[in-house]
Design a protein around this ligand. Structure first.
Ligand code: 1CP
Length: 354
């Protein structure tokens, strides 16, 4: 066991957690906090255990996945663990030639440009990812009463890597394909939705107690394009998990112009980046949706006074939301001082204790 969660609500199978309570808009003993990209990235103990193993090989090695997922929970005492994996893991599992290049990100050997390229994108089954089932099962045992968040990439963000061939600033090939060949686009996103839905089902089936769908790059779209070309596919994933009973978090960056659409896709919690204050976001989202966020990850590099002021402001702005999970507005940046992250966890817990 890692450490006991604070007494709280959000009980599933006899486990109590402020994180799950906040997701379900139930009272909490204090505001729960975890960080996107808390596993890996900034931790020296991560760099030590990962040395000599390629990222995607690490993701297929349960003992390594378990250790890296536990590291930030041990060090920072966050209220939830995020599964150490990557959004391209299920793509590799169905045979896509993808590699994560250090300092670059996912690189695809044969990008998708025409209908015949979809042949390489078959459906995912649990048998394709036995190492995921094994890692989640082991983690849930180790974590005790700390919930594990499973995750997957949403169709737009995954499609961007597949169509561009790697990380992209402007997503120009992706947007061009989406608008010029809508039938191919929808066929691609439908397959990606099935793959991500199954990847999440495997994690939930093995014991993950919440899921987050990362549509990191959807904010690059206009609202009209999001609704026509993306929302139906993300909805298929989130609604497809409706009967699982686990809270569903839907996150994107720069999505202030379509937060309500992110909720309508079937989310219980909407992740908000630092550009939109949480009280403004919550007014748009209404009483049925909890919010997650939204400290600017770059401000973890500012003075302690600035960090403290920002944490206090965000707690204040989140206070009237039906549920607030403290997080960053996007992932932890690689050069972040881990001690600052620990300090933020302590501040959130101290300042929000009820
Ligand atoms: O060698 C390394 O350490 C590789 C760096 C790394 C790590 C640690 C990558 C490459 N992915 C990960 C893990 C990862 N990826 C997690 C782990 C759990 C956590 O701590 O949160 C998660 C949730 C992801 C999800 C992910 N991968 C997203 C969505 C979240 C986000 O940050 O927006 C995206 C867009 C990716 C693609 C990806 N994988 C890796 C990189 C560097 C990138 C982004 C590249 C780009 O800029 O497009």
């Amino acid at each position: 066991m890692v450490h006991g969660a604070a007494p709280g609500h959000g009980s599933i199978q006899g486990v109590t957690s402020d994180f799950l309570a906040a997701c379900r808009r139930e009272p909490t003993s204090r505001t729960p906090v975890w960080f996107m990209r808390q596993a890996g990235r900034s931790l020296p103990e991560y760099r030590k255990v990962r040395a000599g193993t390629a990222m995607l090989d690490a993701c297929a090695t349960p003992e390594l996945v378990i250790e890296v997922t536990l590291q930030p929970v041990r060090r920072h005492h966050v209220d939830a663990a995020i599964f150490f994996s990557d959004i391209v893991v299920p793509l590799r599992a169905v045979g896509v030639d993808v590699e994560i290049k250090p300092g670059v990100g996912p690189v695809i050997a044969k990008p998708i440009r025409q209908a015949s390229d979809l042949d390489g994108l078959r459906a995912l089954t649990a048998e394709d990812v036995p190492y995921i089932t094994e890692a989640v099962t082991g983690l849930v045992r180790e974590l005790g009463d700390v919930p594990l968040i499973g995750f997957a990439g949403a169709p737009f963000t995954l499609a961007s890597y597949l169509v561009e061939g790697g990380p992209s600033k402007h997503h120009e090939k992706t947007k061009a394909l989406m608008r010029s060949e809508p039938a191919l686009w929808h066929a691609l996103c439908d397959r990606l939705a099935d793959i991500s839905l199954e990847f999440l089902r495997v994690q939930v089936g093995a014991g993950a107690s919440a899921v987050q769908l990362f549509d990191s790059w959807a904010g690059a779209l206009s609202r009209a394009d999001y609704l026509e070309f993306v929302a139906p596919h993300s909805t298929k994933i989130l609604r497809g998990l409706g009967d699982s009973g686990v809270p569903r978090i839907h996150f994107g960056v720069g999505t202030g112009h379509m937060l309500k659409d992110f909720a309508d896709a079937g989310a219980d919690v909407v992740g908000v980046d630092w550009r939109t204050p949480l009280d403004v976001a919550s007014r748009q989202l209404g009483p049925q949706i909890a919010v997650q966020g939204n400290l600017d990850p770059a401000l973890l590099f500012a003075s302690p006074e600035v960090v403290e002021r920002e944490v206090t402001r965000i707690l204040d702005e989140g206070r009237d939301a039906p549920g607030h999970i403290f997080n960053l507005g996007h992932g932890v940046l690689p050069d972040t001082d881990p001690d600052v992250i620990t300090r933020v966890v302590d501040l959130v817990h101290e300042r929000s204790a009820r």
